[in-house]
Design a protein around this ligand. Structure first.
Ligand code: ATP
Ligand code: LTN
Length: 336
């Protein structure tokens, strides 16, 4: 792979568990693809993060989902000649750096994390790993001297704590870490559930609840059913500023997937009703998913191709992560 040292580095990841959905695509995956030529890209399948709710993750399920996620990255347009793709658990430096960062991270910082609070609420037993999730994420990012982290809006707080941890570490041990920044869409960074436009579309909910999300592998019938039954209201307001949450969500999705401007879209739907918006959105979503699904079917069958990409990714990631971890350990007084 050609690496241009002048290019800024991008790092991001998705948990392989649950159903990767159109919100993940708009907020994260499509943003990765769009910027691929501009940066030195590293994309990770964060399987260790998936273990933070172990009750939901049986070993066979995890094995299958990791492969599926890797194939989906490629199917969405991540090009292995331009980007490194690897599996988090195969690069042991992630877990090791997380431990070192744990030792400099105040518990109070983690207690403030809203994602932890909302996930913990619904669980009978909350594992220490779920509490510590942001520290492992900080380790992921900091190992690669990352400049930018392209993510959806829900991850904003996790990027902020990553910066805080890095700064605290640098203050204690010298200028070791680069301080990363988030990269986020102005519109589309938070796609809401079709069934409940007050809550974020989520992979874990999408897997158990019908008509909440649209999975990237969903057939056209499911897309149609989900959008036709999406929550709206009894008005006819098709302008971004005045639309109710459910309608606004569909307009934003339409905007993100077509690349049209808000003025163009409002003009286009000027004399339409919600039925028209829904029908057009169905077409746009189906057309977006069609090539992704076709490519996915090809890749998932070519096991050697996929394994080779992940092997190369692992090697490159290990090299970079290994260098960083050596510097970190030395700075803390640990022997190599
Ligand atoms: P889970 O429900 O399992 O927590 P999730 O749907 O939040 O899953 P993640 O794996 O946490 O998905 O997120 C992967 C990427 O997709 C992250 O960059 C995240 O910010 C982004 N993302 C997640 N949900 C949305 C959404 N509804 N709209 C836009 N971006 C999203
Ligand atoms: N927490 C992220 C997934 C994630 C991630 C990362 C994203 C784990 N490590 C590093 C960007 C960079 C999420 O989307 N739930």
């Amino acid at each position: 792979m050609e690496t241009n040292l002048k290019k800024k580095r991008v790092f991001s990841g998705i948990q392989p568990t649950g159903q990767i959905h159109i919100g993940n695509y708009v907020g994260a995956l499509s943003l990765w693809v769009e910027n691929q030529d501009q940066y030195d890209n590293i994309f990770c399948i964060v399987d260790l993060h998936s273990l933070t709710i172990p009750e939901k993750v049986k070993p066979d399920y995890l094995r299958r989902k990791v492969k599926e996620a890797a194939a989906l990255y490629l199917a969405c347009g991540i090009d292995p000649d331009k980007s490194t793709i690897f599996i988090q658990s195969q690069v042991t430096q992630h877990a090791e750096l997380a431990w070192l960062l744990n030792c400099v991270t105040p518990m109070g910082w983690l207690e403030r994390m809203t994602q932890f609070k909302s996930k913990a609420e619904s669980l009978e037993t909350v594992g220490t790993g779920l509490f510590d999730y942001p520290v492992l994420m900080a380790a992921d990012i900091l190992l690669y001297k990352t400049d930018y982290v392209p993510v959806g809006e829900d991850q904003k707080q996790h990027i902020e704590i990553t910066r805080d941890i890095a700064q605290r570490f640098n203050h204690m041990y010298g200028e070791v870490f680069k301080i990363p920044e988030e990269l986020m869409r102005k519109s589309g960074a938070r796609i809401m559930g079709f069934d409940d436009p007050e809550s974020k579309m989520s992979k874990s909910i999408g897997e158990v609840k019908k008509r909440h999300s649209i999975g990237l592998l969903d057939p056209p019938d499911t897309v149609k059913d989900t959008i036709m039954k999406a929550t709206t209201d009894s008005n006819r307001e098709l302008r971004f500023e005045y639309a109710s949450p459910g309608v606004k969500n569909m307009l934003v999705l339409y905007e993100a997937l077509t690349g049209k401007s808000r003025e163009e879209i409002e003009k286009h739907f000027e004399n339409s009703n919600y039925g028209t918006l829904k029908k057009e959105l169905i077409d746009v979503v189906v057309e977006t998913l069609k090539p992704i699904q076709a490519r996915f079917e090809e890749i998932i069958r070519e096991e050697t191709y996929l394994n080779n990409i992940l092997k190369e990714g692992r090697e490159r990631a290990t090299e970079i992560a290994g260098d960083t971890l050596d510097i970190v350990k030395r700075s803390m007084g640990l022997s190599l």
